[in-house]
Design a protein around this ligand. Structure first.
Ligand code: RIB
Ligand code: CA
Length: 307
């Protein structure tokens, strides 16, 4: 049994990653923790209820985290994910809002790490703020995490928010640096890998066929919004599978076909380089994924997300 915590800013690709993990055998989601990013914290948290309702699933804990970065201005990605983070889907269905844990996300992270020492894998698919605060509040508890998989950064290629920075790191570079410096084994899944993982409208419709159930309607709505947003970058209706690829690499490490063990530096000076991630010997050690087995990942993703 692989015990995981998903820390998420609950946008469209986050929703696909959560649906994928809910359908992944041998994976126990101990908690979903929410953070600002694609949308504000309240919206991100409400979106978890929407996603779980569509999936007909529940998780033991949902906990709210940070609504802003350790330093810098809060940004969002509503232009990509929609104002509600789910392409306009929300409040269409009856949402049985699961109870929120009274503890804040950073405390939930370290309490679970203490309860299950060296067993918890932490997946960061939004800004790393909650994880950084967790380490600051309880470094001994944080050190009991087994592994951290981070969707973030652009190590050998350009960013997607500025030429220098990828969105999750751009949102809170100080937090990303603090997590990389923690000494916990880190697998970094940067744009270098995730830009190569694309879900096209054709592939989604091929998987959904003539289905008209709530899950099919949800997937068409949330993906349809991003298809339009990413069309310029892709030349066809499609979306980048940033978070789902990170989720898949968390539970199926064999999907990584090219990695580099490098030091990663994060730029935290207020400049045009804010949030830049570079491979330097003086940086914090991380395993950076550059290529993955897309021929195996894409069918696996569609199978689990569309089940
Ligand atoms: O840069 C891609 C990342 O930023 C993904 O996690 C996406 O959901 C956004 O948060
Ligand atoms: Ca995300």
């Amino acid at each position: 049994m692989q015990r995981i915590i998903i820390d998420t800013d609950a946008g469209v690709d986050d929703a696909l990653a959560i649906l994928y993990l809910l359908a992944s055998p041998g994976v126990r989601i101990e908690a979903i923790t929410t953070v600002f990013g694609n949308v504000d914290l309240s919206t991100a948290t409400a979106n978890i209820a929407e996603i779980l309702t569509v999936a007909g699933a529940s998780v033991p804990m949902i906990a709210r985290g940070a609504d802003g970065p350790l330093a810098g201005q809060r940004v969002d990605a509503a232009e990509v994910h929609g104002d509600d983070g789910l392409g306009g889907w929300t409040r269409r269905g009856r949402v049985s809002g699961p109870a929120l844990d009274p503890l804040p996300a950073p405390v939930v992270i370290t309490r679970l790490a203490r309860h299950y020492p060296d067993q918890i894998d932490l997946l960061l698919i939004g800004p790393a703020t909650n994880a950084a605060i967790a380490r600051l509040l309880d470094p001994e508890g944080f050190a009991l995490l087994r592994r951290i998989v981070i969707m973030g950064g652009a190590v050998f290629g350009p960013g997607n928010v500025t030429p220098a920075a990828e969105f999750n790191v751009f949102c809170d570079p100080w937090a990303t640096r603090h997590v990389l410096d923690s000494g916990i084994p880190v697998v970094m899944v940067p744009l270098d890998a995730t830009r190569k993982a694309v879900l096209t409208r054709k592939a989604l419709e091929g998987a959904l066929a003539s289905r008209s159930d709530v899950r099919a309607a949800f997937l068409r709505t949330i993906c349809g919004h991003v298809f339009r947003a990413d069309r310029g970058a892709l030349g066809e209706d499609g979306l980048f599978l940033h978070d789902p690829l990170a989720a898949a690499l968390l539970v199926d490490t064999g999907l990584a076909t090219a990695t580099r063990n490098v030091g990663v530096a994060v730029e935290t000076t207020p400049s045009e380089g804010w949030g830049r991630t570079t491979a330097v010997s003086s940086g914090a050690p991380a395993t950076v994924v550059l290529e993955s087995d897309l021929a195996r990942f894409l069918p696996q993703l569609l199978d689990r997300v569309c089940q």
